[in-house]
Design a protein around this ligand. Structure first.
Ligand SMILES: Nc1ncnc2c1ncn2[C@@H]1O[C@H](COP(=O)(O)OP(=O)(O)OP(=O)(O)O)[C@@H](O)[C@H]1O
Length: 222
């Protein structure tokens, strides 16, 4: 089953220099259980495409399907509901809630989605090596630990589609590799699809398939 379908996505921005076409008819498909690395130079539109896939940004034209649901045909509240229920987001800046401890951060997304399962959170925490840190607050964690919490928080809500934007960009190479390993393994085990935005050819090579953005289009997909 297809987790994400992007059909002929176009997006321009108005800038001081005039209208800039960032995405010029970009199409992509991502199957359940598969990982896809989206690479491209800085400014090539990777984050814009990820935000459009998440329904956080509107394309000028084209269609975004999450599973069988046409996100582009929905209003804001429908999109928010679909995102809450089906889509997990992981960013470079971890985005944990500073006033909540690790245990509460881990359960946060699942509670919002109405699918909180304490046993599953405990299992994820163990898989992510977080079981000894459950009562700590984000500021008391290393970057790698914080990103493992963000991954756990995302997966605890059982998303069908995980969208990750440079998730290891703030981590040193060894820590980043460990975090990416966990993310790839746990999303695959969950049967979820993963779209990974990365600058790194090395990290991209770890994914099942790849797409490269150049001049607003997919230049190569393997
Ligand atoms: N809200 C906006 N208004 C105007 N221009 C924007 C806006 N958002 C993005 N852009 C422009 O769109 C282009 C693509 O940006 P985007 O952040 O998607 O690139 P990226 O490939 O993710 O870059 P990086 O690898 O540096 O994060 C850039 O030229 C950027 O300046």
């Amino acid at each position: 089953m297809t987790a994400l379908t992007l059909q002929e996505i176009c997006k321009s921005f108005d800038t001081a220099e005039g209208k800039v076409a960032v995405l010029k008819s970009v199409s992509l498909r991502l199957e359940m259980g598969q990982s896809l690395a989206l690479t491209g130079e800085s400014g090539s539109g990777k984050s814009t495409l990820l935000h459009i896939a998440a329904g956080l940004e509107h394309p000028d034209s084209g269609r975004v399907m999450v599973g069988a649901d046409d996100m582009t045909a929905m209003g804001d509240s429908g999109r928010a509901r679909l995102r809450r229920g089906q889509v997990g987001l992981i960013f470079q800046q971890f985005n944990l809630i500073p006033s909540l401890n690790v245990a509460a951060n881990l359960g946060f997304q699942a509670r919002l989605a109405g699918v909180h399962d304490a046993a599953f959170v405990t299992e994820l925490a163990a898989r992510l090596g977080l079981d000894a840190l459950m009562r700590r607050y984000p500021e008391q964690l290393s970057g790698g630990q914080q990103q493992r919490v963000a991954i756990g928080r995302c997966l605890a809500a059982r998303p069908a589609l995980v969208l990750a934007d440079e998730p290891t960009g703030n981590l040193d190479e060894a820590t980043g590799d460990q975090v990416l390993d966990l993310m790839l393994r746990l999303t695959a085990e969950a049967g979820a699809a993963l779209l990974l935005v990365t600058h790194s050819e090395r990290l991209a090579a770890r994914c099942d398939t790849r797409a490269h953005l150049r001049a607003g289009q997919i230049a190569a997909a393997q």
